[in-house]
Design a binder for this molecule. Structure first.
Ligand SMILES: *Cc1c(COP(=O)(O)O)cnc(C)c1O
Length: 219
């Protein structure tokens, strides 16, 4: 199946209320343009350098989402153009994003990444860290970032029950946070292997790579 065919069949499972991020990491510009010609405008990358190289040459109405782990010293390279940063996992990173956004006179939209998986290796806040942070005066003084929601990655496991449990947990945290930050709208959860479960559990944004572009040879 072509990239356009893959997009068509995924869109049958993704309702209008769920935003589809096409994860194009490691894929060439030709593949991105094929998805673009099929109407896709939101693309996700996990390396700033790769994303910036693609941003420089590809159509300017593409919205670039940074979905990977972000090092503070690299924020400056994407501050000019990034549309949404999914993986904000520390207050220090958020402060740096605010600082770099200010230089470009922008407000950068961010998702707070929550650690929901069993694995130790996945980045993210826990619930108490988020609740503590949003109550602090310093947080409230950041004017060039906007928290629009939460992002999480489920455990890498074949147990779909475990994955569902983790998504339910993230949705509960989202609803808790909504009582304090009434303007949040976005719950980014679900990838190629688990996005249907994620949508059943309340996802509003799915990040899908291999089911659109085919398997990655390296990542
Ligand atoms: C690579 C990646 C995806 C997409 O994974 P697929 O299984 O190819 O759909 C989604 N989210 C994040 C954070 C990723 O790094």
């Amino acid at each position: 199946m072509s990239i356009a065919d893959n997009l068509t069949s995924i869109k049958k499972n993704v309702t209008d209320t769920v935003t589809l991020v096409a994860v194009s990491k490691t894929k060439p510009n030709e593949a991105i343009l094929e998805a673009y010609d099929a109407g896709q405008r939101i693309f996700g990358e996990n390396k700033i350098q790769e994303m910036t190289q693609k941003w420089e040459v590809l159509p300017k109405d593409i919205q670039w989402h940074m979905i990977g782990h972000v090092q503070r010293n690299k924020v400056k390279y994407m501050a000019q153009y990034v549309d949404l940063i999914h993986g904000v996992d520390s207050y220090r990173l958020l402060k740096e994003i605010d600082k770099q956004a200010k230089k470009h006179n922008r407000i950068i939209r961010c998702l707070l990444q929550v650690h929901i998986a069993q694995e130790e290796t996945k980045f993210g806040f826990d619930e108490n860290e988020i609740l503590g942070m949003i109550d602090s005066e310093e947080f409230k003084s950041l004017e060039n970032i906007k928290i629009v929601g939460l992002m999480g990655m489920a455990s890498f496991t074949s147990s779909m029950e475990q994955v569902r449990k983790e998504f339910k947990h993230l949705k509960m945290l989202f609803d808790t946070l909504l009582k304090k930050l009434s303007y949040i709208t976005t719950l980014s959860m679900g990838m190629s292997g688990d996005y249907q479960i994620a949508i059943e559990e309340g996802s509003t944004m799915v990040r899908i790579g291999s089911s659109i572009f085919g398997a990655r040879t390296f990542s």
